[in-house]
Design a protein. Structure first.
Length: 218
């Protein structure tokens, strides 16, 4: 689940990103509208957290570009303006949600989670496959009735594999969805995280490696 945060105040941008990463999102951060458009052109994001008043290219124009592109990216617009007319104007641009500053980080993450569900094909609130039961809202995982404690990246990795519905997910797709743009494509972090995940899931193994293609859970 990948999010782009566009916020021109570096401290605020880093705080938002850190909070969302704790929620297992892969988060990229930029500080102006031009950089946002560059990222949106090359990466697929589930949600765009967009400060409306940003330099170079205004947030309104970034929002319009996303809507006109037809991308599945959902837009959560942030602004210090709290008047009803400002919220209406932001939504009329095509934003999917609107949050006034200051805001509670818990509310921000709840709204991002809601937008992710809208950005992707509808999925049940609890995911089940091959004896696994995943509750994304509670971040709980069990296999055949036995609870499994996973680290954030392990949980996100397992969720992506289960959401694929038995299809093979490539290493590139997993790196893009579970980590962020700063990940080294030649790193072994995916292999190491997969090894830890398999160990915690126990026997018999359920995550299959498809040589030269990727991974899947049948």
């Amino acid at each position: 689940m990948r999010v782009l945060v566009v916020e021109d105040e570096p401290i605020m941008a880093d705080a938002i990103a850190e909070w969302l990463r704790r929620e297992t999102f892969a988060v990229d951060v930029v500080l102006d509208g031009d950089a946002a458009l560059e990222r949106l052109a090359v990466n697929d994001y589930d949600v765009l957290v967009l400060d409306r008043d940003i330099p170079v290219v205004h947030g309104d124009d970034v929002c319009r570009a996303v809507v006109e592109s037809g991308a599945a990216t959902r837009v959560l617009m942030l602004t210090a303006a709290s008047a009803v007319r400002d919220r209406v104007q932001g939504l009329s641009l095509g934003a999917d949600d609107y949050l006034s500053k200051p805001f509670a980080f818990a509310e921000l993450s709840a709204r991002v989670h809601a937008l992710v569900r809208r950005a992707r094909p509808a999925a049940p609130p609890v995911l089940e496959r091959a004896g696994l039961r995943i509750d994304p809202a509670r971040r709980e995982v069990s296999r055949d009735g036995h609870w499994i404690l996973l680290a954030n990246k392990e949980f996100a990795l397992l969720t992506e594999l289960v959401l694929a519905g038995g299809a093979v997910v490539s290493a590139e797709q997993l790196l893009e969805k579970v980590w962020d743009e700063h990940i080294d494509p030649f790193t072994n972090v995916l292999r190491v995280t997969m090894m830890k995940l398999r160990r915690k899931l126990g026997d018999p193994p359920i995550v299959e490696t498809v040589a030269g293609v990727g991974y899947r859970i049948r």
